[in-house]
Design a protein around this ligand. Structure first.
Ligand code: B1M
Length: 232
């Protein structure tokens, strides 16, 4: 994206915060894991909160990748490298976001639905939920209804979280929720759904308890709905 990416001499620590974030967007775009790790560390050392680094440097960078992927400028291999770089940055932030000495305030099982392998958003939600004091059991990607049910049975969470990034896979959320209803289990769990192509209307239509536009909203909604459920 930027010619600066190819300048081996570029010392990230000499950049201002703003320049560094811009450079990290370029580095994420180019899938440069080491540079993303270094940039993440520098921003943290400069006193940035893990949240701020995540949203401004990493999620912001991935948004640019998303636009060029949509427009046919980037293809799957490049986007995979960008995702790898994003994950390398997230790995540094994870322990910071998950830092909490308190008792878990609730438990969530989360997975990306069958046919869908996108996991960055799901991982982010898991990290933010852990950071907010939830115990999170991440059951991965491409999850069929049977696996969701097994995980619910095994872990007995308060919340079931489902993620979908494709318009072709999001209807599968209804399959899972309908199966819970058929088995008389629907009211045992708070069901939260999220993913870029979803919206409130879709969340309502599939019968979820909440549609979460982003990870921060997922945390707020989880807290709110758990409190309501316990009060009831
Ligand atoms: Co994919 N992909 N992709 N992709 N990919 C999208 C989703 C797409 C919009 C790109 C585009 O065209 N602009 C498009 C979908 C179009 C559509 O359905 N209408 C698309 C496509 C078409 C595809 C393939 C079909 C491409 C192909 O093979 N021809 C293929 C499908 C593979 C499959 O799943 N079967 C594919 C593959 C891939 C990669 C493997 C290359 C890679 C995924 C790597 C990985 O995840 N490990 C990839 C990526 C990276 C993307 C984009 C560029 C970025 C997604 C992302 O990570 N965003 C994406 C473009 C886009 O979304 N704009 C795209 C960052 C992440 C932080 O945001 O996931 O939205 P997001 O999560 C947010 C919220 O949505 C919410 O909170 C998160 C954090 O704030 N949230 C939840 C998400 N899940 C939640 C669950 C909750 C709560 C909130 O539960 C409680």
């Amino acid at each position: 994206m930027s010619e600066e990416n190819y300048d081996d001499e570029l010392d990230l620590s000499t950049l201002s915060d703003e320049e560094l974030v811009e450079q990290m967007h370029d580095d994420l775009y180019d899938g440069m894991e080491e540079e993303i790790v270094e940039g993440t560390e520098i921003l943290l050392e400069r006193g940035w909160s893990a949240d701020k680094v995540l949203n401004e440097a990493l999620v912001g960078g991935m948004a640019i990748v998303g636009v060029d992927f949509r427009d046919g400028i980037l293809f799957v291999p490049e986007v995979l490298s960008a995702a790898g770089a994003m994950k390398a940055g997230m790995a540094i932030l994870r322990p910071l976001l998950a830092e909490t000495g308190a008792e878990p305030i609730g438990k969530m099982v989360i997975g990306t639905v069958k046919g869908d392998i996108h996991d960055i958003g799901k991982n982010l939600v898991a990290m933010m939920m852990e950071g907010a004091g939830f115990e999170v059991i991440d059951i991965g990607i491409n999850i069929p209804v049977e696996t969701y049910l097994e995980a619910l049975e095994e872990h007995k969470p308060d919340i079931l979280g489902m993620s979908a990034l494709l318009t072709t896979t999001m209807p599968y959320m209804k399959v899972v929720i309908d199966t819970l209803k058929e088995q008389g289990l629907r009211d045992d769990y708070i069901v939260l759904v999220g993913g870029a192509p979803l919206n409130q209307e879709f969340g309502d239509a599939v019968g979820a308890d909440g549609y979460c536009r982003d990870a921060a909203i997922a945390v707020d909604m989880a807290k709110e709905l758990i409190a309501e459920k316990r009060a009831a």
